[in-house]
Design a protein around this ligand. Sequence first.
Ligand code: GLY
Ligand code: MN
Ligand code: MN
Length: 428
Amino acid sequence: MRHEPLDPKLFTENRARLAKLLPPKSIAVFNANDVLPINADATWPLRQNSDLLHLTGVEQEETLLLLFPDADDEKMREVLFLREPNELNELWEGHKLRKDEAQKRTGIWQVKWTQDFWQVFHRLVCEAERVFLNTNEHKRAACPVQTRDDRFIAEVQRRYPLHTYQRLAPLMHALRLVKSGREVAVIDRACQLTRRGFMRVLKFVEPGKTETDVEAEFAHEFIRGRGRFAYDPIVATGANACCLHYQENAAPLKKGQLLLLDVGAVVANYNSDMTRTIPVSGRFSRRQRAIYNAVLRVLRASTAALKPGLKPKEWQKASEAMMTEELLSLGLLKPSDVKKQTDEKPAVKKYFMHGLGHPIGLDVHDVGDTTQPMEAGWVMTVEPGIYIPAEQMAVRLEDTVLITDRGPVNFMANIPLEADEIEDAMAR
Ligand code: GLY
Ligand code: MN
Ligand code: MN
């Protein structure tokens, strides 16, 4: 683990919140993600299952968590299963958690080895009525491969065909969408590491450098801060920024271009997500500044609008109405374009074609039912943009913001944003 361990109370509290949602006599089982193969003998580094992280923080492969809040034997209400350390796996892969270490990290007293799972499970499941199992139900998830959860679900249903099976995903989505104070504090740390990367980049960018050079500057700060990239960073100069998920990050930076930076750090598995757009030469042209300020106004207004009770769909609609006005002022849309628009084809989509924001947490595009009104404790990104391939440029601005009953808390409020602030910081 690269980061300092988090306070185990974070996980203990999360498990307690889940236990309250489970009906009587329910067992819930969470699986680690698989270590995925690449080519030849290579594998990807493990990216742990986010629900398991939420409830235990354990980043180790082959981990299982069993929760049975009504178990007659109090000691068996929370059981963590870990891959047993041995000389060979530790020689090649490094240190594996000992039982006492896992207890300290997770707050779970009962720790067993993974190979003992079925024996323990059998004893407990005979006392249970319902079995809650996990699947990836993110709306946009595309998963053509069989996961560890898929295999587990098939196996447990083969062994115990007459139990009632239910879905953990709706419960986990509801829990994870509302962040605890402890989670919020870690997300803020990730945002502050993102800030450090960006401050470094502001002093670094100039014509002649490349997108790759800029990515390396962020990497330096993130790794030094014991974090990583939360997602593949987008470092896109000129027309490259019009590709929404641009990944190449290889082009030279040219005088007069805008450079779009969609880059966030992850710390202790909690993510941040930031976008800034800066002038390669250190000064915005008049046209660039006009477009920049249009996006900035939509960002500011959409951030201020975040409050409990607001439906994400209405929030999106309001931002599109604002953006339509901005695009008219910029001369990018004509009044006749707006007259012709339909609900299915709003004129604004030609220049602002993506969502205004998404929940963020243990996943960058975090789980949660966003058809529901917002609540205090949601952490959302706000990310309006204008994309103009004909002018070989795009501006997107993005902050990570907490919704509270007393108004939004912008974790990125201290990251330069006004055009003048950006120019000043680049001049220094
Ligand atoms: N960086 C991914 C996003 O902005 O949603
Ligand atoms: Mn982003
Ligand atoms: Mn985002």
